[in-house]
Design a protein around this ligand. Structure first.
Ligand SMILES: NC(=O)C1=CN([C@@H]2O[C@H](COP(=O)(O)OP(=O)(O)OC[C@H]3O[C@@H](n4cnc5c(N)ncnc54)[C@H](O)[C@@H]3O)[C@@H](O)[C@H]2O)C=CC1
Ligand SMILES: O=C(O)C(=O)COP(=O)(O)O
Length: 527
């Protein structure tokens, strides 16, 4: 039974895939401080958090069986991703689910600033009818500067265009065409700071972006600018912002996020032209359901050993590459698992050859899948996509990749050669109907086998009566043979037999099979 710990008020409704899974037990503990988390984390296979729980290196040190940390949201700055990666723990987030929520909150904050809505509301409710103090400005015709034109930044741009704002953006990592499609002009940061009437921030917090908006940045801004931060505290230097507001350089600021959270008192709270919310950007019913659903699936996949699409500590694959390469991941892993079980002793090198259409793509993730298969023969489920390359390196396993786009027989063929001092073995496979893994060649012998479950691998000499004798030996133990394959290069020469069986064949029977005349070897594989 897998144990999953959920903190931070993640939607239980969205986690149904986990709470209803027969092999998973879910514990909800909404508020846990670092000490409490350290005490119990050792009992869990997965942890699901939002932004409040700090998953520090000290917490991870105590995580004996943790396989995945699921972030039901976008920002992973509350998780020590480096420490998690070092321990082979997957960190996955749920991008996209809260994009519209955060964009709508940003627009709400921008309007609140422009029309003084929160202050006016508080004044009116306090019994004062004051129409003089709250003269606003229109958004129409104003320049909005978006820092970070990713998912949220783009949705903010679309909404602001509907309000007839002119949009400029700073984002050195997105292609010009993307900005053009959005009808947004990409500019350098300094130009954005100088030209914008409203500035909104939508970048992640990182070493690079910490205090990106500092004293110098405020100096460059247009007098009377209004600033919205619905991304992360820490990107804006709060002291510098306070000074700029006091001086009147900045006309107003709306903040959903703070450098230290939770925060209940702050010098900025005393200023009338500051609008604040307690990190509510993603807090809509729709967004919480969506992010919880995504993360529940990711956690379930990780626990069951599958490929986690939104893992942030995996090699980055361009979005257009993943749909092409993704279906080959189970095949690549099976080929590694198959080949590694054919060799005895230490493996020195794994060589992966890609031929056909797949050779045109970035196959780094497939190499990782092959390594995952190879290493899991010895290390079982402690190996995953995150730690497989590192563990291979530690064990001195060299990885070689070769490619050719021309493939005579198959649309795609992946071939895995595993080398050990006692010899080498090569297993090749393809996908049938674009998704079903098939092994089509073993050490140069042609086969057509589904790599699944228990398989007996029996090299032998191609002579009569062998198949019958082996069948009888296995049948005597009441073990059902589900499929059989024989591959040979020439009549009477060396051949291989693959028998798929419904349960493991006992050692004693394997020894009996090995003694059958003309049988050269016998290996029980689990795929
Ligand atoms: N207030 C809230 O409740 C929420 C806050 N967020 C925050 O918003 C951020 C953005 O979220 P998404 O748009 O979904 O992420 P995203 O990854 O789609 O977009 C981020 C964009 O920032 C750009 N970027 C990265 N470093 C940059 C730099 N140094 N300068 C300029 N641009 C840079 C990237 O190229 C990317 O286009 C998240 O990292 C998270 O911290 C996200 C959801 C809710
Ligand atoms: O998704 C994000 O990055 C957010 O900031 C949302 O945070 P939350 O899940 O509401 O604590």
């Amino acid at each position: 039974m897998y144990r999953v710990l959920v903190t931070d008020g993640v939607s239980p409704e969205g986690l149904k895939a986990l709470t209803e899974a027969p092999d998973v037990e879910v514990d909800f503990r909404p508020t846990l401080n670092e000490e409490e988390l350290k005490e119990i984390i050792g009992e869990y296979d997965a942890l699901i958090v939002r932004s409040a729980t700090k998953v520090t290196a000290a917490v991870l040190e105590k995580a004996r069986r943790l396989k995945i940390i699921g972030r039901a949201g976008v920002g992973v700055d509350n998780i020590d991703v480096k420490a998690a990666t070092a321990k082979g723990i997957i960190v996955a987030n749920a991008p996209g689910g809260n994009t519209v929520a955060a964009a709508e909150h940003t627009i709400g904050l921008m309007l609140s600033l422009a029309r003084n809505i929160p202050e006016a509301c508080a004044r009116t409710k306090s019994g004062v009818w004051d129409r003089k103090s709250f003269m606003g400005v229109e958004l129409r015709g104003k320049v909005l500067g978006i820092i970070g034109l990713g998912r949220i930044g783009s949705e903010v741009a679309k909404r602001a265009q509907a309000m007839e704002m002119k949009i400029i953006a700073y984002d050195p990592y997105i292609p010009e065409e993307r900005a053009r499609d959005l009808r947004v002009k990409l500019v350098p940061l300094d130009t954005l700071l100088q030209e914008a009437d409203f500035i909104t921030i939508h970048i992640p917090l990182s070493k690079e972006t910490y205090h990106l908006i500092d004293r110098e940045a405020f100096v460059k801004m247009k007098p009377g600018v209004r600033l919205i931060n619905c991304a992360r505290g820490g990107i804006v230097d709060e002291e510098a912002l306070y000074e700029a507001l006091k001086e009147g350089k900045v006309a107003g600021a709306a903040l959903d996020v703070f450098e230290k959270e939770p925060v209940t008192s702050h010098p900025l709270f005393s200023l009338p032209n500051v609008v604040v919310t307690p990190h509510l950007g993603a807090s809509t019913v729709e967004a919480q359901l969506a992010v919880a659903e995504v993360i529940a699936q990711e956690v379930l996949t990780a626990l069951r050993g599958g490929f986690v699409r939104h893992a942030v500590n995996l090699p980055y694959l361009r979005p257009e590459v993943l749909p092409v390469v993704g279906p080959f991941l189970p095949l690549a892993e099976k080929l590694g698992l198959f080949a590694a079980q054919l060799v005895s002793g230490r493996i020195n090198q794994v060589e992966v050859n890609y031929s056909g259409e797949i050779a045109r793509y970035d196959t780094s993730l497939l190499n990782t899948a092959v390594l995952k298969g190879v290493l899991s023969v010895a290390l079982q489920d402690t190996i995953n996509y995150v730690n497989a390359p590192e563990v291979a390196k530690q064990r001195g396993i060299k990885v070689k990749e070769t490619k050719q786009e021309r493939e005579e027989e198959y649309v795609n063929l992946i071939s895995v050669k595993v080398e050990a001092p006692e010899g080498e073995h090569t297993v090749a496979g393809t996908l049938v109907r674009g998704k079903e893994p098939r092994v089509v060649e073993i050490d140069g012998y042609r086969v057509d086998a589904v790599p699944e479950g228990y398989v007996l691998f029996i090299p032998h000499l191609d002579r009569p009566r062998i198949i019958g004798r082996i069948g009888t030996l296995i049948g005597a133990h009441d073990i059902n043979i589900a499929a059989m394959q024989v591959g040979r290069k020439e009549i009477g020469g060396k051949a291989i037999m693959l028998l798929s069986v419904d349960s493991p064949v006992p050692e004693e029977t394997l020894r009996e099979i090995a003694k059958v005349e003309n049988v050269l070897d016998v290996k029980m594989l689990y795929l």
